[in-house]
Ligand binder design. Structure first.
Ligand code: SF4
Length: 218
């Protein structure tokens, strides 16, 4: 039987409650102090672990404290500085293009609206929502690989397109907890509902999960 919107919302609230208990330390894993730092770190985190990004960013943030510093950067030097995060040429182009747009259109500051953020080069909905949720305190769901997988297994959303997953999640998750729920789903995806062989027998939301591929006790 198809689950009604109301039933899904009620189940989503129970899931959030259970995940809060299971992962009381859930928070953003990227290190940052300013919106610009988070924007740069989030660009670097594409196809890379947050731990790896955190090893690269302290020196980067010290050398390039403002958007203007990235605009004035030597591309070849910046490429080497971010090389270990992978896709370093594309990431360097994104960072420098984003910084130029900040300087040209926003006085060097990171804008606070979703529309302005997503109009920056290299900044999509996921990155914009990471910034809004974690640098500006605006409730926002950022659909990364973990949120994409876990929310589908939990039957909270279904699509091949992360932006559609986002639009479905905002319909069922409590608004004021969107940012925290992102971190909870990410923690759950990293520690329990992993891509291959999730640890279903130990899962804190086992009874709330309709996924037919659940693993059994070995
Ligand atoms: S029961 Fe398994 S598939 Fe469902 S959320 Fe838990 S770990 Fe993931």
């Amino acid at each position: 039987m198809r689950e009604s919107r109301e039933a899904k919302r009620a189940r989503a609230r129970k899931i959030v409650r259970a995940l809060k208990k299971a992962y009381p330390d859930a928070k953003i894993a990227l290190d940052f102090e300013t919106p610009l730092e988070l924007l740069v770190a989030t660009i670097l985190s594409a196809q890379c672990t947050d731990e790896r990004v955190n090893t690269v960013t302290p020196a980067l943030f010290k050398k390039y404290p403002s958007a203007r510093d990235y605009v004035r950067a030597e591309a070849a030097a910046l490429e080497q500085e971010v090389r270990s995060t992978g896709f370093y040429r594309a990431k360097t182009r994104s960072i420098m293009g984003m910084a130029k747009a900040l300087v040209d259109d926003h006085g060097g500051e990171v804008p606070r609206t979703r529309e302005a953020l997503t109009s920056l080069p290299g900044v999509g909905l996921k990155t914009a929502n990471v910034i809004l949720g974690n640098a500006f305190g605006e409730p926002a769901i950022a659909v990364d690989t973990h949120v994409f997988r876990v929310s589908q297994r939990l039957g909270l959303a279904r699509s091949e397109d992360p932006d559609e997953i986002h639009d479905q999640l905002v319909e069922v998750l409590p608004r004021r907890e969107w940012t925290l729920t992102t971190h909870l789903l990410q923690s759950h995806g990293r520690r329990c509902c992993v891509a291959r062989k999730p640890l279903c027998p130990e899962c804190p939301v086992l009874a709330l999960c309709p996924w037919p591929g659940k693993t059994k006790i070995r």
